[in-house]
Design a protein around this ligand. Structure first.
Ligand code: PGA
Length: 245
């Protein structure tokens, strides 16, 4: 899978133009393609991309089902637009909006209850990497928000390993660092859900993945694709990354 995360970029007209260009050019049948867009784009994206190989994702959803939460968008509302995925646990949400493992567990539950598939982000900050405790960090992120799911529900989760020090910085994990972490993540899933589930789990790499380095990152056996921020905002770059998978 290659998923684009537009973050807070592109107004509606710009978003429609980018999605139209992707729709007309994405042809790699070996790669699932997802674009995650701002909430206000979702209805239009789902309509535009219906019948195309590109699925639509929200970048977030609320941790409550409905009610007096001004400005929030529920998982049910996301699903009602025709979007089929939701990103949950992005490091920007954890950091800037103080989303805790408990909040994220609730968001995952609500997304799955409403029929959405989840792209769940995990990853360590620079200090944690420097202290060599990245494995413990990532394991506890999975345990804190995912590992009480049934096997059936866990199979609806795509994991995205995004070292926070690599996001938007131009610093990328080396292919070896990415492979080591992805193999660790898969072994942690295997301990909890068994090897068959672990083998079927899609684990994306994210963090300054671009048209130049994608092929090398994706050539690792445990790297099943990418979650792409900045480079997903330009159709030619994003298509090069899709074709690298
Ligand atoms: P980046 O972002 O590709 O711009 O580093 C990745 C992400 O945050 O998902």
């Amino acid at each position: 899978m290659v998923a684009g995360n537009w973050k807070m970029n592109k107004n509606l007209q710009e978003g429609v133009a980018l999605a139209t260009e992707l729709k007309n050019n994405v042809t790699n049948p070996q790669c699932a393609v997802v674009i995650a867009t701002p909430f206000i784009h979702l209805t239009e994206m789902a309509r535009l991309l219906k019948g195309s190989p590109i699925a639509v994702a929200a970048e977030n959803c609320a941790d409550h089902a409905s009610g007096a939460y001004t400005g929030e968008v529920s998982a049910e509302m996301v699903a009602s637009t025709g979007a089929t995925y939701c990103i949950i646990g992005h490091s920007e949400r954890r950091l800037y909006y103080h989303e805790t493992p408990d909040i994220l567990r609730e968001k995952v539950r609500l997304a799955l209850d409403n029929g959405l598939r989840v792209i769940f982000c995990i990853g360590e900050v620079r200090e944690e990497r420097e202290a060599n405790c990245q494995n413990e960090v990532v394991r506890s992120q999975m345990e804190g928000s995912l590992f009480d799911l049934s096997e059936e529900n866990f199979r609806k989760i795509t994991l995205a390993y995004e070292p926070v020090w690599a996001i938007g910085t131009g610093l990328t994990a080396t292919p070896d660092q990415a492979e080591q972490m992805h193999a660790f993540i898969r072994s942690t899933v295997a301990e909890r859900y068994g090897q068959a589930v672990a083998d079927d789990t899609t684990i994306l790499y994210g963090g300054s993945c671009n048209a130049k380095n994608a092929a090398e990152l994706f050539s690792n056996p445990d790297v099943d694709g990418g979650l792409i921020g900045g480079a997903s905002l330009k159709a030619p770059d994003f298509m090069t990354i899709i074709n690298a998978r």
